[in-house]
Design a protein around this ligand. Structure first.
Ligand SMILES: [Zn+2]
Length: 257
């Protein structure tokens, strides 16, 4: 499983140590993050009536599908990703390539290269905005897989696609502004630090590597991957106007409507 993004539900987060201990108790072999998605192929069990009603699975599922549909229709980041994927020969069909599932509480989404599916964690993603963000993040992994045949089991490849996803979708200018002096140099450094931290968290969530080793790999590939802003062609900093401009340019460049 590739590169889950973390859930925004901070209060329900497990820390990494706890998560890896849990992973370790399931299997000693590295499972590349599939542990977090009990509904994935091969592990899927028929859900009991109790599960469906008590845990609101049917309601969550319906809400998730409605949010996904809305994001695909009107969110500029998601629309750009879908258009760019299509022009690279990887069309996105919502029913086939996006799956709303119940996941463990640590994650909000994932990309499964085996099935070419983006997973949205219906139990952890509660609003449309978060849903669009998760979709854009995971579609970027799909884009890297489609464009560059990224091998998610290769730590350098994983680090690169996570740096790109954090750069494009997570670290806003507001986050860079949040602390310290607002000199241009500082903002750039703070943004880069935010991207590094976010990528580090995503890597350590799915791989049994030490923080030190993960940091070495992130540093090694950082410059190249941070400066690769395809298919957006710019950093959007979670700014809708910048995202809309990226979509307009993407339409011309990638030739989609
Ligand atoms: Zn990711």
């Amino acid at each position: 499983m590739a590169a889950p993004s973390e859930t925004k539900v901070e209060s329900e987060k497990l820390d990494n140590k706890e998560a890896s201990q849990k992973k370790g108790s399931i299997t000693d072999e590295e499972d590349f993050g599939y542990y977090f998605y009990p509904d994935r192929e091969g592990k899927k069990k028929t859900k009991s009536f109790f599960n469906r009603v008590f845990y609101h699975e049917d309601v969550n599922h319906f809400k998730c599908i409605t949010n996904v549909r809305s994001c695909m229709q009107s969110n500029p980041m998601v629309k750009l990703m879908v258009g760019a994927l299509e022009s690279h020969g990887c069309p996105v069909n919502m029913e086939r390539h996006v799956s709303c599932e119940t996941c463990l509480e640590k994650v909000s989404g994932g990309f499964d290269p085996k099935s070419m599916q983006v997973v949205v964690c219906q139990n952890n993603v509660n609003t449309r905005d978060v849903c669009c963000n998760v979709l854009a993040h995971e579609l970027l992994h799909a884009f890297d897989f489609c464009r560059a045949k990224v091998d998610f089991e290769n730590l350098r490849h994983l680090a690169c696609t996570e740096i790109r996803a954090a750069n494009m979708n997570h670290c806003s200018l507001a986050a860079a502004f949040a602390t310290g002096d607002m000199t241009p140099l500082n903002i750039k450094e703070r943004h880069q630090l935010c991207v590094k931290n976010k990528a580090l968290q995503s890597i350590m969530l799915v791989r049994n590597v030490s923080q030190f080793d993960a940091m070495l790999v992130v540093d090694e590939v950082f410059d190249k991957c941070y400066n690769d802003t395809e298919p957006y062609g710019r950093r959007c900093f979670k700014d809708m106007n910048r995202a809309k401009r990226a979509l307009d340019q993407g339409r011309n460049y990638y030739d989609f409507v």
